[in-house]
Design a protein around this ligand. Structure first.
Ligand SMILES: *[C@@H]1O[C@H](CO)[C@@H](O)[C@H](O)[C@H]1NC(C)=O
Ligand SMILES: *[C@@H]1O[C@H](CO)[C@@H](O)[C@H](O)[C@H]1NC(C)=O
Ligand SMILES: *[C@@H]1O[C@H](CO)[C@@H](O)[C@H](O)[C@H]1NC(C)=O
Length: 484
């Protein structure tokens, strides 16, 4: 097939209008929700439970933590590699908790699985924070890990345990763990009161450690952090975010005082939300508390955030691909589309409850407009796009088959029992054949800003799934499943 005719086809689709494509497709949000949660089972580290459904995965990393005399078995592999990066893992856990808090009622039978996925994270973070005055910040040497293309079940790479403590602080990783524990304590409040209390108390202790011993894990854990999940924008946003979640979990006014005192001097961009940047999340999370106070900095910033996203906004700062996908700088673009859609929906509901709209210059955005914009992103991700490609693995007729993921690309230990060493799996990385195991529910980094997607493992930015891509999407899908 000639390149030209492909181009013409793409141009034709644009001419016909993406709306036609969208209208022709109706997505099964319930199916996508089920899959988005199932994905987390594929990322599990440690001893797998009897009810594990993603059964091409087996036990792995059963000695994690032994180098420092701790039990650090469990938690999640972050993405397509086998490192347990606690900074993004904690953000994933916070967002999974927030998803359940807002939209758990619409999850039906999947709620139980969402709670299991959450608890897999919180059980692990209780281990990481079990000793006072220190927090385990990461397990697995990323340089050693990235050299190999190995199944987690075979790992023989360095499983270094990295800690932060009073002399080598890590306020971003500690405060994000505090946020995750606090948010989860609210989720478990009506389901397991005792567990909820344990989480809440631990969250407060970890926050105190993060705040009393301030500094970045960048410096404290050296090669474990940068260039992987370097804390680019500083740790003050995680401290305020942690305090905001603790306020929500405890209603203790000292946390509210902390949030208010520190928000004005917070650096970074109020338009960002992700594993490194919490600003817009903070503003939206606390907005119901101050919705009745016009001029509140939280509302002003949350409104500006909305105006940075809407296609019709005169002060829009994201770009849209011809097919309608939101783009922001940085790799793994769908992380932006999923987290920002989540915030749009959450804020829309808070606005609705307060009977408010957002003013972007002369453009007025009603709460339902925010939902419409989020829906365009969700539908794009699920296949309403120029390639007709779903960016969720295992959803719809066409989805990425060569995702950058060690476990998914290599044959299961069910099939190939013998150990596959560090470089012995390289052929599975470079082959053009589809992956051996379907990592159902994984959302990948996604297409380029021209809506193109080559479906190759060799482009990790496009073809690698990550847990923090899925976590907010769980909430988004539950919302649309609920059809509200
Ligand atoms: C504190 O953390 C640093 C960096 O991880 C480590 O080298 C040091 O041994 C720790 N100190 C104590 C007392 O555990
Ligand atoms: C962490 O390191 C990165 C890269 O060197 C740097 O840009 C950033 O400012 C550092 N963050 C902190 C909080 O020191
Ligand atoms: C990978 O994808 C990104 C985003 O679409 C693109 O900018 C980059 O050039 C690609 N890299 C390679 C090696 O193809």
């Amino acid at each position: 097939m000639g390149g030209k005719s492909m181009m013409n086809m793409a141009a034709l689709m644009v001419l016909l209008g993406v709306t036609a494509v969208t209208a022709a497709m109706s997505n099964d949000y319930g199916d996508a929700l089920t899959k988005s949660i199932l994905f987390f089972e594929g990322q599990r580290s440690g001893k797998l439970p009897a009810n594990q459904r993603m059964n091409w995965r087996k036990d792995s990393a059963l000695r994690d933590g032994s180098d420092i005399g701790m039990n650090m078995v469990g938690g999640y592999y972050d993405a397509g590699d086998n490192v347990k990066f606690h900074f993004p893992m904690a953000f994933t856990t916070t967002l999974l908790a927030w998803s359940i808090l807002e939209f758990g009622d619409s999850m039906g039978a999947d709620l139980e699985h969402a709670l299991e996925a959450l608890r897999w994270g919180t059980d692990y973070f209780l281990k990481a924070t079990s000793k006072p005055g220190m927090v385990v910040a990461q397990v697995g040497d990323p340089i050693s890990d990235h050299i190999c293309w190995e199944r987690p079940e075979d790992m023989d790479t360095l499983r270094t345990t990295y800690v932060v403590n009073q002399t080598h602080p890590g306020s971003e990783v500690s405060a994000e763990i505090a946020a995750a524990l606090a948010a989860s304590s609210i989720v478990f409040n009506n389901k397991d009161r005792k567990y909820s209390m344990v989480l809440r108390l631990r969250a407060a202790q970890v926050f105190e450690f993060a705040n009393n011993y301030q500094g970045s894990y960048n410096a404290s854990i050296g090669r474990g952090a940068c260039t992987f999940y370097c804390d680019f924008n500083g740790y003050h946003d995680e401290l305020v975010w942690g305090a905001a979640w603790l306020y929500k979990a405890t209603q203790d006014p000292k946390f509210w005082v902390y949030v208010v005192r520190n928000i004005a001097t917070l650096g970074g961009s109020i338009f960002d939300f992700g594993w490194d940047s919490k600003q817009s999340g903070i503003n939206i999370l606390v907005s119901p508390t101050v919705m009745k106070s016009p001029g509140s900095i939280f509302i002003t910033n949350a409104d500006k955030f909305v105006c940075s996203l809407l296609p019709e906004s005169p002060i829009k700062s994201v770009t849209y691909s011809p097919g309608g996908l939101m783009f922001k700088p940085g790799g793994s673009n769908l992380q932006h589309a999923t987290t920002l859609s989540f915030l749009l929906i959450v804020y829309s509901r808070y606005l609705q409850a307060a009977r408010r709209s957002v003013h972007c210059g002369s453009v007025v955005a009603t709460p339902s407009r925010l939902i419409e914009v989020a829906k365009t992103q969700v539908d794009y991700i699920l296949g309403s796009n120029p390639l007709g490609m779903s960016y969720m693995v295992g959803y719809g007729p066409k989805f990425p088959e060569r995702i950058h993921h060690r476990g998914s690309s290599l044959p299961s230990t069910n099939i190939v029992h013998k150990h596959i060493g560090c470089h012995d799996g390289n052929g599975y990385l470079t082959t053009n054949k589809p992956n051996q195991n379907v990592l159902v529910g994984a959302i990948v980094g996604g297409p380029d800003n021209n809506d193109q997607f080559p479906d190759t493992r060799l482009n990790a930015s496009q073809s690698e799934p990550t847990t923090y891509l899925n976590a907010p999407f769980v909430g988004v899908l539950a919302y649309f499943k609920g059809g509200k």
